[in-house]
Design a binder for this molecule. Structure first.
Ligand code: ATP
Ligand code: MG
Length: 417
């Protein structure tokens, strides 16, 4: 994409109404646009990142047998009364229409997915099933000061699994731990993300969170570096430490943000809707459920928080909006001609490239934009680089670059082409 055609612009000043680093950098780079506290629109650069995260998650959900759906955001009040959450859930948005009918604006989808499945499944042969979606959620969050980390409207991947035995559920739950690890590794934060034990305080009522260590985190976790085990501060008691075989003195305290979690729901939502199955003997039992969430916007914001440096964003290759940022410096016709040729060649080889072809923008501005926008590679074409017969190539994370030829650049970025 030619940067001269991109309708968004970078800006030098930080937005006055944002305190979080992720929102500041994403807004300055033109990745997102703030509509109100906790509500952001995705712009072309931001959407490219979001789509890549989405595709990684979708691939991993499909691999484990998930069936993708897209459920409605408007949800019937009746369903929420059945589970007791119409009045119990503080952060539920309730909207009413002209006939004073009240509707819930979905913060999660147990109340929708369970009745859907009940339409189709009733025999033990219909299970197990795993259903997921990637969709906007609405929650009346009190504190929405953390940019993409805590939205009032945000995008979540939510999966719900349905089982006829505890053993089958536990099997799937264990597999999901591995799937989640793979996702966070692929997104580029595997090295700072911990599987973290969490619960209401007792070992029987547990869940697991995936916590990414960053100073912007709202949670405090304790990590046992030797084993990689971690637990949430809220559950730090002797019973839990014993069960996990951990010693309090050996744990390191970190601030962290929950990027995903997995829950054992038992029959909490299947029972109110009487989602049940008949076994081989014709006996009826209630279906067991698990649920598995990942916040996509929060994940995107977490990558920014955790990996950025003082010059700007650093995108991992797997989710960068473009693989490379190509800069043409100066208004020399020869330089512009060469840069155009390189751009066309990269496109032909299938490389995703952002081409800073803007005229009347200084070299200094182009360099600082490249740092702010954070593509993994930066390639500079200038009178100087052409004197050396090449392109000055540099990694975003490194200080020094080197001169390469177009052929070498293509080999590096499109090795199979
Ligand atoms: P938190 O404790 O941070 O409020 P939660 O326990 O309410 O999270 P879930 O309801 O389990 O979260 O949602 C699943 C995932 O969705 C979370 O792990 C997180 O990644 C994401 N998520 C939850 N709330 C938000 C939000 N307000 N903005 C962005 N992402 C969110
Ligand atoms: Mg919450």
């Amino acid at each position: 994409m030619r940067q001269s055609k991109l309708f968004t612009r970078t800006r030098k000043e930080s937005p006055a109404d944002e305190v979080s680093k992720n929102a500041e950098l994403l807004i300055r780079g033109g990745f997102v646009h703030k509509e109100m506290a906790g509500v952001y629109s995705y712009l072309p650069l931001g959407l490219r990142v979001l789509r890549k995260i989405e595709n990684i998650i979708r691939e991993e959900m499909d691999k484990i047998g998930g069936q993708e759906v897209l459920m409605s955001s408007f949800q019937p009040k009746d369903n929420w009364e059945k589970t007791g959450r119409w009045s119990a859930m503080d952060d539920l948005y309730k909207v009413s229409d002209s006939s004073s009918r009240e509707i819930a604006l979905g913060p999660t989808h147990e109340e929708i997915v369970v009745p859907i499945l009940k339409n189709y499944a009733s025999s033990h042969k219909d299970f197990p099933v795993a259903i997921y979606q990637i969709q906007n959620k609405f929650r009346m969050e009190l504190r929405a000061k953390s940019g993409m980390l805590r939205g009032r409207e945000f995008i979540m991947k939510d999966m719900y699994s349905f089982h006829t035995s505890k053993e089958d559920f536990e099997n799937f739950y264990e597999k999901m731990k591995g799937v989640y690890k793979t996702i966070f590794k692929r997104v580029g934060i595997g090295h700072i993300t911990y599987l973290c034990f969490a619960s209401g305080g007792t070992f029987s009522e547990y869940s697991h969170e995936f916590q990414t260590v960053t100073s912007a985190g709202e949670d405090t976790i304790y990590v046992d570096e030797a084993s990689g085990s971690a637990l949430n501060k809220e559950v730090l008691n002797d019973e839990v430490l014993n069960q996990l075989n951990l010693t309090k003195e050996k744990l390191a305290e970190h601030k962290a943000i929950e990027v995903g979690n997995i829950f054992d729901l038992k029959t909490k939502y299947s029972a109110p809707f009487d989602l049940s199955y008949t076994d081989e003997k014709g006996e009826k039992s209630t279906v067991l459920m698990g649920c598995y969430g990942i916040g996509l916007g929060r994940l995107l914001g977490t990558v920014v928080e955790a990996l950025a440096d003082d010059k700007g964003i650093i995108w991992p290759e797997s989710i960068a909006p473009f693989a490379i940022h190509l800069l043409a410096l100066g208004d020399d016709e020869v330089v512009l001609g060469e840069a155009n040729k390189i751009y066309e060649n990269l496109l032909k080889a299938g490389v995703e490239v952002l081409f800073d072809d803007r005229e009347e923008v200084s070299a200094g501005e182009k360099f600082s934009d490249a740092d702010l926008l954070g593509m993994p590679w930066r390639a500079v074409v200038s009178a100087r680089s052409l004197k050396d017969n090449g392109i000055e190539l540099k990694k975003r994370t490194e200080e020094k670059g080197k001169i390469v030829s177009l052929d070498e650049l293509l080999k590096l970025l499109a090795p199979n082409h």
